[in-house]
Design a binder for this molecule. Structure first.
Ligand code: ATP
Length: 218
């Protein structure tokens, strides 16, 4: 799958990275809320191939991509960029962002991540280079306090208004308040493994796909 980033070279790029194993309404609503807060037209979902910091994923990359396509449908709010899957091997966000920055030296890039992922940011490879490549938009998540790296330089780059992130290419981070939905892919996988229904936590089209392919059954 090729890049589906907004075609206008001046338009900010908002990316939501993740494993999407599977995609759920927590992701989708957060993407919509973040787009509104940032004032961008579109959020691009960026599925990781093999996330470097977690246990092996349950669904294959092809299955996760297929579920993303079903969830997105023809909604212009959302796009999918399969570049990390196409690159294969372990996924490092800094590497992905470096590639985008080389391609678009001046374009605002906002990498969105949940507060849980943000609290582990210092474990990411090359995390100190992230703000030299993009902005970070930290999505609030129920039960997860905002926990930023204890680094004076990083802390000084915080800004309070999400829309400011679209006015320059990179360099800042901001908390973005999204609808509190205590939905996680882990909980969905557990429900399916226990033969319980995860219905209404994710799109029906995605659940149909999971059922048809027998994914997440133990
Ligand atoms: P898992 O339970 O397998 O860890 P997850 O539900 O956290 O998965 P990911 O694919 O890891 O889903 O999430 C992609 C990104 O979206 C992450 O940065 C994550 O923090 C964020 N995110 C996921 N669910 C929510 C939610 N309900 N509200 C806000 N952010 C979320």
């Amino acid at each position: 799958m090729g890049s589906a980033l907004p075609p206008n070279d001046a338009e900010p790029i908002a990316l939501l990275g993740g494993s999407f194993d599977p995609i759920h309404h927590g992701h989708l609503r957060a993407a919509l809320d973040a787009a509104t807060a940032l004032g961008v037209r579109q959020v691009t979902l960026l599925p990781a191939n093999v996330p470097a910091l977690r246990d092996p994923l349950s669904a294959s990359a092809e299955q996760r991509l297929a579920m993303l396509k079903l969830a997105v449908g023809d909604d212009p709010l959302l796009a999918i960029d399969g570049c990390e899957i196409a690159r294969s091997g372990a996924t490092y966000t800094a590497k992905t962002l470096r590639g985008m920055r080389q391609r678009w030296p001046d374009r605002p890039i906002i990498f969105l991540l949940g507060a849980d992922a943000f609290s582990r940011l210092t474990q990411w490879q090359d995390w100190q280079s992230l703000l030299s490549l993009a902005h970070l938009g930290v999505l609030t998540r129920p039960g997860q306090a905002l926990c930023a790296p204890a680094d004076a330089h990083f802390m000084a780059q915080r800004c309070d208004a999400p829309a400011l992130l679209t006015t320059r290419p990179q360099g800042n981070w901001c908390s973005i308040t999204v609808t509190p939905l205590a939905i996680s892919a882990t909980a969905i996988r557990s429900l399916i493994a226990e033969r319980l229904s995860p219905r209404f936590l994710l799109p029906d089209t995605v659940l149909d796909y999971i059922n048809r392919h027998g994914i997440y059954r133990r």
